[in-house]
Write a protein that binds this ligand. Structure first.
Ligand SMILES: C[S@@+](CC[C@H](N)C(=O)[O-])C[C@H]1O[C@@H](n2cnc3c(N)ncnc32)[C@H](O)[C@@H]1O
Length: 378
């Protein structure tokens, strides 16, 4: 029986069917064999009921605290939801088991390698989803699945956690899924972190200091807008041993400041910033860079910071630091809350980074000294 026919055509069931088709397909993949799953975050058991009604071979462990807690981001009518859940699951007898506790604590109630899938839909922050992955992964059978809801830009924390730990992720609508074997909770050895738009009135030094306190060996590369800083302030910043400053345009009035500059204008700019002692790795505002600027950087022995290693416009021999290059984990964000990766809005993600932190100036080193364009990108 296909999904369309089997779904009870109430409004809620239809919405569920559309946005949760992936979980439906994965359970259907087990055929008639028995399947045991876990739902983290149940609310009033809409999904729970929908799945149990459609898969007679399915048993579900439904986990929710149904209470206010600092660990729970949203407010819900918890008691009412809990009552509705009890009533909705009652007809399924022992195919439905309720665990009224925090999602991470509930993992302690379940045997290792005993469930076929875990579906995450509780608190949608990087920290919460990471903790749930860590707690529940051992509970899943070797060939089992981990899945969840709200993989989308509106819930950036969910997306960051999934992207951070999971490979070969399937996404349909806003549901994500991957095999347990494709989840890796260990971190890479080296981390290169950079933030754009650092200057005297946009610095978030408060948050940078907090990161420094929370993250062992924290170092950060700050792409700096020198035309918005007095040289003395830049000197003070350069003196902080866990910070390195790199040039990011001049005033960064918009994203096209370096999109049309000629080679001689580029050389003039580099001459102007030379005395400031910034690391010789230039990133154009908005990544928009002209051929003339490439030529100027090449002439002055600079490295260019780019989004992609394979950029056919970059001249041969010009060294680059590409976000998608190198053996390290390269993480890019912004000082302010722009592009969804600002320090404040993704603070928990940045605070969760682990590994040996590196400066860009150290990872470009001699390895960048190559002629071929691909090899020139480190
Ligand atoms: C988005 S709703 C779940 C929706 C449900 N999966 C569905 O599809 O209908 C989130 C639920 O997770 C619960 N929750 C959030 N964080 C939790 C946590 N850390 N431990 C236990 N329950 C949590 C909330 O009480 C709320 O009922």
């Amino acid at each position: 029986m296909g999904m369309e026919e089997s779904v009870k055509r109430t409004g809620e069931a239809l919405v569920l069917a559309q946005s949760r088709a992936l979980i439906y397909d994965i359970i259907a993949g087990y055929g008639n064999g028995s399947v045991t799953g876990v739902e983290l975050g149940v609310r009033r058991a809409s999904l729970t009921t929908y799945l149990l009604a459609n898969f007679p071979n399915l048993s579900l462990i439904a986990v929710d605290l149904w209470a206010e807690s600092p660990e729970i981001e949203e407010t819900h009518p918890h008691e009412e939801n809990y009552r509705k859940t009890l009533a909705a699951l009652e007809p399924f007898g022992d195919r439905a088991k309720i665990l009224r506790m925090l999602t991470t604590e509930a993992a302690g109630e379940v045997e290792d390698k005993s469930v076929d899938f875990v579906y995450i839909d509780a608190t949608h922050t990087f920290e919460a989803v990471s903790a749930e992955l860590r707690a529940w992964l051992p509970k899943i059978k070797a060939d089992g699945w981990i899945m969840g809801h709200d993989y989308c830009a509106d819930w950036a924390g969910v997306k960051l956690a999934v992207d951070e730990y999971c490979k070969n992720v399937q996404v349909a609508a806003t549901t994500w899924a991957c095999r347990k074997r494709d989840v890796d909770m260990t971190r890479p050895v080296s981390v290169v972190l950079d933030f754009d738009d650092f200057h005297q009135t946009n610095h978030r030094l408060d948050l940078l200091w907090e990161l420094r306190e929370r993250v062992k060996g924290f170092k950060v590369n700050l792409f700096t807008v020198p035309g918005r800083c007095v040289p003395r302030w830049l000197e003070d910043m350069q003196a902080v041993e866990w910070i390195d400053l790199l040039p990011h345009g001049w005033k960064h009035a918009n994203n096209y400041e370096f999109a049309k500059v000629t080679e001689s204008e580029g050389l003039e700019y580099l001459g102007k910033i030379e005395p400031l002692g910034l690391t010789k790795c230039f990133k154009a505002p908005g990544w928009q860079i002209s051929r003339g600027m490439y030529a100027a950087l090449n002439k002055r022995g600079y490295v260019v910071a780019e989004q992609w290693a394979l950029n056919p416009l970059r001249p041969p021999g010009l060294r680059c630091y590409a976000l998608d290059g190198g053996p390290e984990k390269r993480v890019h964000g912004h000082i302010g809350n722009v592009c969804g990766n600002g320090i404040e809005e993704q603070f928990e993600y940045y605070a969760s980074l682990r590994g040996r932190f590196e400066f860009i100036r150290d990872v470009i080193g001699e390895r960048a000294d190559k002629d071929a364009q691909e090899a020139a990108c480190v």
